[in-house]
Design a protein around this ligand. Structure first.
Ligand code: HEC
Length: 197
């Protein structure tokens, strides 16, 4: 058994905690699992996936200023470092998307465009039903992010541009399958069940 650390010893001396309490806590506390899910798909999109995609796309976008159009390719070591950091977030963010047990959105969230964008419960049901497909999109995202990572290490803007183009298709593919499946269909105004009754 490990000896209690100085902090615990101090607590014991102060009488705020007894060694019996410590022993009881050690027995009753469940072993923390290695991996836990704390946030939703929506939060991953907002905090990791979308901001990182913006960095990658803007790195190879076109900027317009008072001197005309320019390719905004990464030039300085700092530019490339920012691209690399975004690629790392995207590579590992894809792993987070694939972790089981993640809700679609925080409790109480409602669709912002009802009838076009599914409610979180509907997204979760689709994810449960087609988990392999969802993970396949996440894996595809990881592959293009790995290409962006290689591009940043090689300082190869053509490779980065290619990754950016493919990435857009992967985002769109997963969104059409799991977020707004009716948006591309003829009845784009809403799912069939909304127009019947
Ligand atoms: C594996 C599937 C998947 C991939 C890949 C994916 N998304 Fe998403 N994304 C979703 C789902 C599902 C939602 C809807 C979440 C919800 O509203 O509950 C979503 C929602 C979003 C949102 C809206 C977040 C909000 O505030 O409601 C943005 C922005 C977004 N994704 C950006 C992206 C971008 C950019 C990419 C590609 C770089 C991408 N996503 C790739 C599944 C995916």
């Amino acid at each position: 058994m490990r000896m209690p650390g100085p902090f615990v010893v101090a607590l014991l001396a102060a009488g705020s905690i007894t060694s019996a309490t410590l022993a009881a806590a050690a027995i009753s506390a469940p072993a923390p699992p290695n991996r836990q899910v704390y946030t939703s798909i929506k939060e991953l999109m907002e905090s990791i996936i979308d901001p990182s995609a913006d960095v990658l796309w803007q790195a190879v976008g076109t900027v317009v200023d008072n001197k005309g159009f320019h390719d905004a390719l990464p030039k300085t070591p700092e530019d490339w470092r920012a691209v690399r950091a975004a690629a790392v977030r995207m590579v590992e963010g894809s792993n987070l998307l694939m972790m089981p047990g993640r809700a679609a959105a925080p409790a109480g969230t409602r669709s912002e465009v009802p009838g076009v964008e599914l409610e979180p419960g509907e997204i979760a049901a689709l994810m449960a039903k087609n988990r392999n497909s969802f993970d396949g999109f996440a894996l595809a995202l990881q592959q293009v992010a790995l290409q962006a990572l290689r591009a940043s290490d090689a300082k190869n803007s053509a490779l980065l541009m290619d990754a950016g183009g493919q990435m857009e298709e992967v985002c769109e593919g997963c969104h059409q399958a799991f977020w707004y499946p009716y948006a591309g269909a003829p009845q784009a105004a809403g799912p069939p069940r909304a127009s019947k009754r």
